[in-house]
Design a protein around this ligand. Structure first.
Ligand code: ZN
Length: 284
């Protein structure tokens, strides 16, 4: 490793919950790697203040653009979990390995079909396969297959050509670079729900169920969009609620559906969903 690669930049973080301040060291290399979009650091409890975990968003210059809280409390005591499914990885171990935010982002990448890279100091045999099996199982759908998440040895990192528009997780699972900006609200909600159950197989079933519910709404939206020239998002929300006899979904959820259609089914169909605010802004 050359000298430059070991350089770090100290960035002063403020816990968004209790306002405790502390400097953390971010490798300079992270900022050199601009093509991956926004830089997100998951700060575990104890790193800045004893009790809270959060995400900090940095721009490529290292300036803080914002914070996001994570409301899930992981019990520090291992629960009397049932034996893990043989040869498979469970949600708890994935969270212990990649952090909650890492898991949210891995779900997001797999669901929407982004490539993903995880840098490892010591690539563990089997973990890559198990990880892909887990996320493929819970996100599988009839529209598309997601690329495999690839593990990259840290020493080979500089020599490998990485795809743009990918998720990148560093060797310590704290720094993520993502080609998307949105909050991981949906992913956080379904993981939180799954963690209320102890049984690992049931956790998978529940995650899959929640994703399938979203996919049903996708399927229905596609039907509506195929038969229409264009539709306002608010109107689409009403039609879906009426047809599926369900409460009206949030705009955030409709945006997720739109994104899924755009990335995995058809950009033209997704473009049929109009937004009054956006139209107004375009008009200005
Ligand atoms: Zn705090």
């Amino acid at each position: 490793m050359s000298e430059g690669e070991n350089k770090v930049r100290n960035i002063k973080l403020t816990c968004p919950i209790c306002q405790t301040e502390k400097e953390i060291a971010v490798p300079e290399k992270v900022f050199a790697q601009k093509k991956f979009g926004s830089i997100k650091i998951q700060v575990p409890p104890g790193a800045v203040c004893p009790d809270h975990q959060f995400i900090v968003f940095l721009d490529p210059k290292g300036l803080i653009r914002g914070y996001e809280k994570i409301d899930i409390l992981m019990k520090t005591q291992p629960e009397k979990a049932k034996a893990p499914i043989e040869g498979k990885i469970g949600l708890k171990r994935l969270i212990n390995t990649f952090g909650l935010y890492g898991v949210f982002n891995l779900i997001h990448a797999k669901l929407f079909g982004y490539s993903g890279y995880i840098i490892r100091d010591d690539p563990q045999d089997g973990l890559e396969t198990q990880l892909n099996e887990f996320f493929d199982t819970i996100t599988s759908n009839t529209y598309s297959d997601s690329p495999e998440i690839q593990f990259i040895e840290e020493k080979k990192y500089d020599d490998i050509k990485l795809k743009n528009n990918a998720l990148l997780i560093d060797a310590h699972n704290n720094i993520l670079q993502t080609p998307w900006e949105e909050k991981m609200e949906f992913e956080e909600t379904i993981v939180k729900k799954a963690l209320e159950i102890i049984d690992e197989e049931e956790q998978r079933v529940l995650l899959k169920q929640d994703i399938n519910n979203l996919l049903k709404e996708v399927e229905h939206s596609v039907k509506i969009l195929e038969d229409t020239k264009e539709i306002y998002d608010t109107e689409l929300i009403e039609v879906i609620a009426k047809d599926l006899k369900a409460p009206k979904m949030s705009k955030a959820r409709l945006n997720l559906i739109r994104k899924f259609i755009k990335m995995n089914i058809s950009e033209d169909l997704a473009a049929k969903i109009k937004n009054k605010v956006q139209e107004f802004l375009n008009f200005l």
